[in-house]
Design a protein around this ligand. Structure first.
Ligand SMILES: *Cc1c(COP(=O)(O)O)cnc(C)c1O
Length: 297
């Protein structure tokens, strides 16, 4: 079982202590060097559904560095399913590490122009005779959120006042909201710039007939936009590795940890708060950087 490798890392820091904040990090990144922890959880029930409905092939969408593409390729191989990755953009001369690895896991890559990629429904229509089980880009949807509820099985949940995670589609956050206790605060850090519809997308995944903990999404920690990684972010990621041996990725968790530190600086958390930050993985995306940019690559 891959999940045996998951553990909780306490961040030992006099600075946090002086700010009366306790911080644990749930290391889902330890699940696998290439498969993002949260993607693994999000895929579980989609694949179960695909198999129980008699499909033998799963198709999904993503970009050239997509954690979701690679996790789908990996999980499908493990379950004996064929996988198809519908990739945004024309086929490049040289494939990214991500796509090469997905291909090596048996994924069939189908490249579509950026323009055509925008109309997913049309693409699905185009392949309707293939009997492929389609999963949304990023694993967005109810089955994904259901899978993400299981992330919190790996901690002693009542130890924490706040649960903080990075947000792309919001599927993981929806799962965390469903699994958390009513008195816990759930905080999402969006990796995108100005994704104003995000809260509504999250709420769509929550059961409407049940009370759930309140949640907050911060939209001001994107460092210029999705996957943008200016020098200050790289420096912050290197410094975090040096201080805490915590490896972060440039798209999600680097921005997340920065936000946690910034919110502590701004005394956002009441004294004696006990924070759980979800390290959702994504480290494979760092391979898109030059060799010497990160100290732990
Ligand atoms: C995909 C991903 C996220 C975002 O998850 P969503 O469920 O789409 O919000 C966060 N962190 C990492 C490492 C990811 O790969």
């Amino acid at each position: 079982m891959l999940t045996e490798r998951i553990y909780v890392q306490n961040i030992e820091s006099a600075w946090l202590e002086n700010n009366h904040v306790f911080l644990d990090v749930l290391r889902l990144d330890e699940l696998h060097p290439v498969v993002s922890g949260n993607k693994w959880f999000k895929l579980k029930y989609y694949l179960q559904q695909a198999i129980s409905q008699g499909y033998n092939a799963v198709a999904t969408f993503g970009g050239a560095f997509s954690n979701h593409i690679i996790a789908t390729a990996f999980a499908c191989k493990q379950q004996g399913l064929h996988s198809i990755g519908i990739i945004r953009g024309e086929e490049p001369d040289v494939l990214s590490h991500t796509l090469l690895y997905a291909q090596s896991l048996g994924m069939l890559l189908v490249f579509v122009s950026r323009e055509a990629y925008k109309d997913k429904q049309n693409i699905i229509e185009q392949y309707k005779n293939e009997s492929w089980y389609f999963i949304n880009e990023g694993g967005y949807g109810l089955q994904g959120a259901k899978g993400a509820t299981e992330i919190l099985n790996f901690v002693h949940l009542s130890n924490y006042t706040h649960i903080i995670a990075s947000v792309g589609t919001g599927t993981m956050l929806a799962g965390l909201i469903m699994a958390a206790h009513a008195n816990q605060q759930i905080i999402g850090i969006s990796s995108m710039k100005g994704n104003t519809g995000l809260e509504a997308e999250i709420i769509k995944l929550l059961p409407q007939n049940k009370q759930h903990p309140s949640f907050t999404v911060f939209h001001n920690y994107h460092f210029g936009g999705y996957a943008k990684h200016p020098a200050p972010l790289i420096a912050f990621i290197n410094e975090t590795w040096k201080q805490f041996e915590l490896p972060l990725d440039i798209v999600y968790t680097g921005k997340l940890f920065f936000a946690v530190m910034d919110l502590v600086t701004k005394s956002y958390f009441p004294k004696q708060s006990s924070l759980l930050m979800i390290h959702s993985g994504g480290l494979q995306g760092n391979r898109s950087l030059q060799k010497n940019e990160l100290s732990f690559l």
